[in-house]
Write a protein that binds this ligand. Sequence first.
Ligand code: ZN
Length: 119
Amino acid sequence: MSRARGKARRPNFTIKVGFADVAVKHVKMKDFGEFDSLDMVIRINENLDNWVYMQTFKHEILHAAAFVFGMSDMGLNEERWVDFSSAALTMVERDNLGIFERARSGGDLSADATACVSN
Ligand SMILES: [Zn+2]
């Protein structure tokens, strides 16, 4: 959503990805996002809806991690696996709201209607 539609602008921040501190900046741009390995900056389009933002954020983090861990440009078709992974994780997060937070805190996941419960 754009600010014109009443959405507050997301503040910039810094995240740690491996050995690197990566600045996350929300900017006007034509693409969804980008990772700049020279400046260690993730730029994300400031006008994305929340779930598209979440997918883009994960996508660019995976590009940063690929760079930090030496996996960039190794014939691994980085764009495809980054896009698949970020989309899959965002899909699960959206379809099971809060499940990762509950799992991290040791919460009861059996209450989640769509959670797979074994044993
Ligand atoms: Zn990409």
